[in-house]
Design a binder for this molecule. Sequence first.
Ligand code: NI
Ligand code: MN
Length: 229
Amino acid sequence: MVTVTYHGHACFHLDDGAHSILFDPFIIGNPRSSARVEGFGKLSAILVTHGHADHLGDAVELSKRYKAPIIAPFELATFCERRGAIVHPMHIGGSFGFEFGRVKLTIAHHGSAVVGKGTEYTGNPCGFLVNLGNLLFYHAGDTGLFYDMKLIGEMNAIDVAFLPIGDNFTMGPEDAAKAVEFLHPRYVVPMHFATFDILEQDPSRFVAAVEPHHSTLAVMEVGEARVFE
Ligand code: NI
Ligand code: MN
């Protein structure tokens, strides 16, 4: 049993009662979220898919505040470590058994850089397979549709998949529905839409596209908490 709280965009908080983890903590500056960096109680880890500001977000500050490691691809983890974060670097295809559960990094077709006054590239972006509380979660990160999702689906009995549907920077609803066909998760939670005007998206297009694939769609409101078991 895991309580999932959606903080908007690609940010999800997962809590199995013993441990809690946070994905892509875009907290400050997220126009749709009212979450606060000091509001998480305790964190076992912070998982970051890539270096873009809407995903790396407040990860470094959260790592320092909660003494929690940032789990990220090596180059991004190193970027965070240089800024004082605790890190656990990994890379695509690798898995590691953390106290809260096993984490494996998957490919994602996207970019990864911290774009500021100068652009610092932070390697390849990733997705995450995470075991927590007897459930298997797949957070796709920012990605286009890719056929290896079929392999990910064949090799893993995914309980809950977080998939981007916002289009423009990632899969849109139709491609994300194809991803559901490949991954066949028990539940699918759309993300990375409606945060900014360009990502304005009607999730009902996704609902209609997903229906034939026997996955249960769980569209979460920003701030909503839902128990999966
Ligand atoms: Ni991105
Ligand atoms: Mn993004």
